[in-house]
Ligand binder design. Structure first.
Ligand code: PBG
Length: 327
């Protein structure tokens, strides 16, 4: 049966009706807010290409996390800018490293906030790559040993979840084994499984001071021309023990999220990355897009594609927007 008996507009005539048939509902429970922590006291430096986002000293990061928790956002993901960088990224697994101290402080003041730590070396190496350089290339097998040490060190500090973002082969297995052997079998791993080599990370590299000093990340992050390969990455990470898999970036990769949703049953995270934030904020600042509605539409599209969790710099904004829409 078709027109004129069928008229899809009938169920669009009133907001009440539209609410009743709405298929996707974004909730603050879906959100993770990224926090950048740097050394010092009482420091809050705005990131130029990410208006409204800051590098924070630990005390300020604690305040930020309190605010995030009070809004009802369940989780934050931490990124560190260390005191020193060296070829091995040793600041990443130092007992008194920036993230370790941050975890301890946040745990004390906001014990119910879900604390996720990004596990990678690029913020901690003087060359800015996500691993150890041997013979001019990022060496896989020595890097995953160090990543496992980093993850363990965060677990010891009290983190609730670790999120390796390096894209080395076999790192999930190494990290799982290390955590399990040291008594942290209950700490889950959120794997940045399908992480593409993307120009959308530009602003983050300013924020985390982690741009590579030579070359690029194409020998470890995925080629954005590929989608079947994302499935292979995800299959392997699940086999190795990932509890949550991630697709990153989000907006140009909704096809990947949808495909992964169809194939796998574990929770999927999507990272709405820095460049996606910067691009939208620039248009908002120019008055070219309506802030609230554009954020609502974008984040909803990521959930509609199949993501359970969205890591986004818009997390705080969308809570207010959702309160207005639902309230
Ligand atoms: C670290 C890491 C990056 C991001 C998250 N973890 C940057 C990169 O791989 O260069 C990007 C996040 C964003 O752009 O918002 N490896």
């Amino acid at each position: 049966m078709g027109f004129p008996y069928v008229r899809l507009r009938r169920l669009r005539m009133k907001e009440g009706l539209r609410r009743m048939i709405r298929e996707t509902r974004l909730s603050k429970d879906n959100l993770v807010y990224p926090v950048f922590v740097r050394p010092g006291e009482n420091i809050k430096v705005e990131i130029k290409s990410m208006p409204g986002c800051y590098q924070l000293s630990i005390d300020k990061a604690v305040d930020e996390c309190k605010g995030v928790y009070d809004l009802g956002i369940p989780a934050v993901i931490l990124f560190g800018i260390p005191e020193y960088k060296d070829p091995y990224g040793s600041g990443a697994y130092a007992d008194n490293g920036i993230i370790q101290r941050t975890i301890e402080r946040i745990k004390k003041s906001i014990p119910d906030l879900v604390l996720i730590a990004d596990v990678c070396l690029c913020e901690y190496t003087d060359h800015g790559h996500c691993g150890i350089i041997k013979n001019g290339i990022v060496d896989n097998d020595s890097t995953i040993e160090i990543l496992a040490r980093e993850a363990l060190s965060y677990a010891k500090a009290g983190v609730d979840m670790v999120a390796p973002s390096d894209m080395m082969d076999g790192r999930i297995k190494k990290i799982r084994e290390k955590l399990d052997s040291k008594g942290f079998s209950t700490v889950p791993i959120m794997a940045y499984s399908a992480k593409y080599s993307s120009s959308f990370y530009g602003p983050f590299r300013e924020a985390a001071e982690s741009a590579p000093s030579f070359g690029d990340r194409k020998s470890y992050q995925m080629d954005f021309c590929n989608s079947r390969e994302a499935i292979r990455e995800i299959e392997l990470d699940i086999e190795e023990g990932a509890d949550i898999v991630m697709v990153k970036p989000a907006l140009c990769y909704l096809d990947i999220i949808a495909k992964v949703r169809e194939r796998f049953d574990l929770p999927i995270a999507a990272y709405n990355v820095s460049g996606e934030y910067a691009m939208v904020m620039a248009a908002i600042e120019k008055g070219w897009l309506d802030k609230d509605m554009i954020i609502y539409e974008m984040l909803t599209s990521i959930k509609r594609a199949g993501a359970d969790m969205i890591i986004t710099y818009f997390a705080k904004d969308i809570v207010d927007i959702l309160n207005n829409i639902d309230g």
